[in-house]
Design a protein around this ligand. Structure first.
Ligand SMILES: Cc1cc2nc3c(=O)[nH]c(=O)nc-3n(C[C@H](O)[C@H](O)[C@H](O)COP(=O)(O)OP(=O)(O)OC[C@H]3O[C@@H](n4cnc5c(N)ncnc54)[C@H](O)[C@@H]3O)c2cc1C
Length: 434
């Protein structure tokens, strides 16, 4: 099956169209092949080119580079993710490792944008875990204890304060963390594409269909041509399974999001002219909602088992309707035809929310599965997997490899049944927050 992105993502469509697209048009060979040109693959390519300036590096993508999940996410570069308290010291130390990895991810993105003078609407505004339900107070108070023991600056806020900050009275309480950055994901990944060094060849609209090892050569088959490579790094995230990578350890989930047009001055005034903000849900299936720098409202409120390869226009329209209701519930005074774009994107999940970072076989490497933290962790893992594949070691690799490894998943049809029932249960629990 072919990977087909919709062409309706608001972040991507507001960028200039690229013109210099090259596709695989003959058989090739190289020292390094990177599959997937999102944050992970592009960061791996950048790092490999630095380590091996004289080697031939090719990066391929089934679609246009950066136009998968990397260009269509919600733009939260996170320092923490919600964890509903801990019962043991071991759990706390695992959570600490996770946040240490997030920190390295933030540092990696920061370094990249500084080095290349990237404008991606970077805003160190912090983020809110917010809820309309007082029943979630316990969750936030437990989370607050965790953050306190790890010295993350944060505070719990009540309805009145939130109303002024967000321009909506929907939320009754929230935990604000000072850490966490809001950015434009499309601009960030486009910069990673634009600065690819000369010894990296980018081939787009070129989908890897099959690969096999033949002694020291890895033979990679595309539609009409093949690439022979000495080493390969898989960075296809939600599409790892379709290439037979870590089959029993990860699965794709489809998300959809919508973004409004910029609010008019009158509309913006009517909601109190709030500063840019970003809310993450307290319950896993609740909505992520952002007020962007240019006064647009972004909402993502679906997560489901769906074919990762393509979402039809009619399926997308149904999800968009859901997002219109989500915006209307929060901003009833705004017109209900202000959604300008809706799109879908694929993330990769593991059972225990741990990421994949490993040598899969001799000369075969893989990095992926970041759930909602791929902006930072994907950038970090891309760079570090390139270092690992070059037989070098860093303190970052040591930390990454000391985290919990992804746990085994049951085979189909049990896997899909299990995930679907869990998602239905979580959606029911979060019904007021969608
Ligand atoms: C709606 C949405 C909201 C999100 N919000 C956030 C957020 O706020 N913060 C955050 O940190 N993360 C968020 N994420 C997750 C984040 O986008 C991902 O974790 C991140 O983009 C992963 O980057 P990646 O490079 O590993 O994978 P991707 O960006 O998915 O790139 C993989 C690439 O592989 C290509 N590919 C697949 N199969 C093949 C093949 N056979 N041959 C060649 N190429 C192939 C794809 O076309 C794709 O471009 C969100 C994701 C979505 C969809």
């Amino acid at each position: 099956m072919n990977v087909v992105n919709d062409t309706s993502c608001g972040w991507i469509n507001s960028l200039d169209r690229r013109t210099n697209i090259k596709t695989l048009d003959k058989d090739k060979s190289c020292d390094w092949l990177i599959v997937g040109a999102g944050y992970t693959g592009l960061s791996a390519a950048r790092k490999l080119s630095e380590i091996h300036p004289n080697q031939k590096i090719i990066i391929v993508d089934a679609q246009l580079a950066g136009e998968g999940a990397s260009g269509r996410n919600s733009g939260y570069l996170v320092d923490t993710t919600l964890n509903d308290g801990f019962t043991s010291k071991k759990d706390l130390s695992n959570y600490k490792k996770k946040t240490d990895i997030y920190k390295l991810g933030i540092d990696a993105v920061k370094k990249f944008i500084k080095e290349h003078q990237v404008d991606c609407d970077w805003n160190e505004s912090g983020k809110y875990f917010a809820s309309s339900s007082q029943n979630d107070r316990n969750i936030l108070e437990n989370f607050s204890k965790t953050l306190l023991s790890l010295n993350f600056e944060h505070n719990i806020l009540e309805k009145d304060d939130l109303g002024k900050r967000f321009g909506t009275n929907f939320y009754n309480l929230a935990l604000y963390t000072k850490g966490g950055i809001l950015l434009n994901p499309g601009k960030l990944v486009r910069a990673m594409v634009d600065i690819l060094p000369d010894n990296v060849e980018l081939l787009e609209n070129s989908q890897l269909n099959e690969w096999s090892k033949n002694n020291d050569t890895i033979v990679c088959k595309f539609n009409n041509y093949k690439i022979n490579t000495k080493k390969i790094i898989f960075c296809t995230n939600g599409f790892l399974k379709s290439l037979g990578i870590k089959n029993n350890y990860n699965f794709p989930i489809t998300l959809t999001a919508s973004m409004t047009r910029p609010l008019t001055d009158t509309e913006f005034k009517s909601i109190g002219e709030p500063n840019e903000w970003g809310v993450l849900p307290v319950r896993p299936m609740g909505a992520t909602v952002r007020m962007t720098k240019d006064k647009r409202i972004l909402i993502r409120n679906t997560a489901e088992v769906h074919s990762p390869f393509q979402m039809s226009k009619s399926d997308l329209d149904k999800r968009s309707l859901n997002q219109k209701l989500g915006i209307n519930k929060r901003f009833p005074s705004l017109a209900d035809d202000i959604i300008e774009s809706s799109w879908s994107g694929i993330v990769s999940r593991t059972r225990n929310s741990s990421q994949i970072f490993e040598k899969n076989d001799d000369n075969v490497f893989v990095a992926g599965c970041y759930n909602g933290s791929g902006i930072g962790v994907g950038t970090l893992f891309g760079e570090q997997i390139a270092i690992k594949a070059s037989n070098n070691h860093t303190a970052e690799i040591e930390l990454i490899e000391s985290r919990n490894k992804p746990t085994w998943l049951p085979p189909q049809p049990f896997l899909d049944l299990g995930i679907k029932s869990r998602l239905i249960y979580e959606r029911f629990r979060a019904i007021s927050e969608i």
